[in-house]
Design a protein around this ligand. Sequence first.
Ligand SMILES: Cc1cc2nc3c(=O)[nH]c(=O)nc-3n(C[C@H](O)[C@H](O)[C@H](O)COP(=O)(O)OP(=O)(O)OC[C@H]3O[C@@H](n4cnc5c(N)ncnc54)[C@H](O)[C@@H]3O)c2cc1C
Ligand SMILES: NC(=O)c1ccc[n+]([C@@H]2O[C@H](COP(=O)([O-])OP(=O)(O)OC[C@H]3O[C@@H](n4cnc5c(N)ncnc54)[C@H](OP(=O)(O)O)[C@@H]3O)[C@@H](O)[C@H]2O)c1
Length: 256
Amino acid sequence: MIKSEIVGYSQAFVEKRTDWTDEIFSLRLTGASLKFKAGQFTKLALLDEQGELISRAYSLVNAPLMTSDVLEFLLISNSDGKLSPRLHQLKVGDGLYVGESAHGDLIFDTIPKSSTNLWLLSTGTGIGPFLSLLDDLNFRPNCDKVVLVHGVRHQADLVYHYLIEQLIEQYEGRLVYIPIVSREIKQGALHGRIPQLIDEGQLMDAAGVNFDPEGSFVMLCGNPAMIKDTTKSLLNQGLSRFRHAVGGNIVYERYW
Ligand SMILES: Cc1cc2nc3c(=O)[nH]c(=O)nc-3n(C[C@H](O)[C@H](O)[C@H](O)COP(=O)(O)OP(=O)(O)OC[C@H]3O[C@@H](n4cnc5c(N)ncnc54)[C@H](O)[C@@H]3O)c2cc1C
Ligand SMILES: NC(=O)c1ccc[n+]([C@@H]2O[C@H](COP(=O)([O-])OP(=O)(O)OC[C@H]3O[C@@H](n4cnc5c(N)ncnc54)[C@H](OP(=O)(O)O)[C@@H]3O)[C@@H](O)[C@H]2O)c1
């Protein structure tokens, strides 16, 4: 259900949807004009049967484009949830609301210019803001090495392969992509969970670079338990939480 004017939101329409699995999907929207930085999130919303607005935060997957109002999002439908199953039912041409502002620290400006290696550690839909960040032609992280890590349950959850392939080419050897599958064995992917793979050194071996307090900057996004456990592992590697005033190595965005 959608009616025209909601304060703080503009109306958008589904231009395209991609179904990666039965639950994981992407929506490409047009019609809303949103100013955002690559890596940020905004709100998506719908009205329920009572006319109440149900609104949740979602990260942009694309980088801002000068010439188009396209906004792309990667979502998972949580069957017990209030909003995501409704978003999952949207078809091409259907309307929804998009917040008029964007927020979040997983952006180019946060990365210290002195960083020599940038680690983008994600689980599930948490890869979205990192794809946006990497795809921004105007603000490419200038580090010697960028490591994009995506931890998922099943190999079918490893989304946006074509875009990642393109990015690997564009970064000319500076971008390493490490898929991790926890509930299946997949050739070419690590098996297990991010913190365990850091503790055992397998992640650094696969990346070809170690964590170090001087040169590493680490962004984490997705499952809050992953963020908690991974932060512990990174602290054990000598890194520290990032604070704008004092610096440090670790920033994160929890999805729930
Ligand atoms: C800053 C921020 C950015 C976000 N960006 C995204 C995004 O790009 N894509 C996205 O799918 N979700 C994202 N989320 C989560 C999203 O806002 C909703 O919480 C999610 O869609 C569930 O909403 P719901 O109303 O269906 O379920 P609710 O009734 O709100 O139930 C929430 C429960 O769903 C589960 N859950 C929530 N989000 C996820 C998720 N992403 N993956 C797996 N399980 C989840 C958790 O168990 C949580 O307790 C983001 C959240 C935050 C805070
Ligand atoms: N992905 C699916 O196929 C699927 C299907 C149906 C429904 N759902 C629902 O969607 C929601 C979650 O979906 P999701 O698979 O995108 O996200 P998720 O549960 O966060 O799993 C993504 C990855 O994060 C890992 N992980 C979980 N806790 C961790 C921790 N403490 N430290 C490090 N890694 C950790 C998982 O490993 P483990 O596998 O070891 O937990 C998995 O590899 C759930 O509500 C689920 O029931 C998902």
